[in-house]
Design a protein around this ligand. Structure first.
Ligand code: G3P
Length: 216
């Protein structure tokens, strides 16, 4: 219980660090939430502030969730606390207390957490997501398909872990507790893509590289 009480707030506070917002201000002097999709994630940072801050925000947003899981792993022997820290980091990113609860859609921290919780599920999600973006040029579509493929893989690995005797290999199997992260984390990420899904259906979704840069 103590592991959850400690790791949920830590995960949330790490997730709530608004790297996209900070980098948009540093590199371009803009509030990325005023342009494009209004989100603070990599895609909107790219549209409003450019490629370099976008890639940096992606790395930092993934890293803050990785750190939350690593801290849970280092201080508590609890797979449940790792999953809770990861979910909390995604929630912090989406609804950051420091900047009026206006953040991103949870893709980058969810992706980072998935990679550290289950490298194989993270690899599947990465391949599916990157290929979908490369083919369609829609980051949102890649985020959704990557998330779905990642959680399905994670759940399969967790079920295998529960059914196969002596299955302790962290690459080929996953802990049952991680299913919480798969279900809740994916619901948060996909749920927050509702407007993207509507735009994808109506053909109005912004493509990768389409700028929303404010005029100089
Ligand atoms: O992870 C967010 C991405 O999938 C979509 O971002 O800004 O195009 O709504 P955005």
């Amino acid at each position: 219980m103590i592991a959850y009480l400690v790791m949920i707030p830590i995960g949330y506070l790490l997730g709530a660090i608004p790297f996209g917002l900070i980098l948009g201000k540093l590199f371009r002097g803009v509030d990325v939430r005023e342009y494009g999709s209004g989100k603070t994630g990599m895609t909107n940072v790219m549209r409003t502030a450019g490629v370099r801050p976008a890639l940096l925000s992606l790395a930092l947003d993934m890293g803050k969730a990785v750190l939350a899981v690593v801290l849970a792993r280092a201080f508590f022997d609890s797979r449940g606390a790792e999953a809770a820290a990861a979910i909390a980091a995604v929630m912090g990113h989406n609804w950051p207390v420091f900047v009026g609860f206006r953040g991103g859609r949870g893709t980058a921290p969810g992706w980072g957490a998935l990679i550290i919780l289950s490298p194989l599920a993270g690899l599947v999600a990465s391949i599916v997501g990157i290929v979908a973006i490369a083919v369609s040029r829609y980051v949102s579509l890649g985020s959704i398909l990557g998330t779905l493929s990642g959680i399905i893989t994670l759940i399969i690995l967790a079920v295998l872990g529960m059914t196969i005797e002596g299955s302790s290999d962290a690459f080929w199997f996953a802990s049952a507790e991680y299913i919480w992260f798969a279900v809740i984390g994916a619901s948060l990420v996909i749920g927050l893509h509702k407007d993207n899904i509507q735009r994808l259906i109506s053909g109005n979704e912004r493509k990768l590289g389409q700028s929303a840069l404010p005029a100089d």
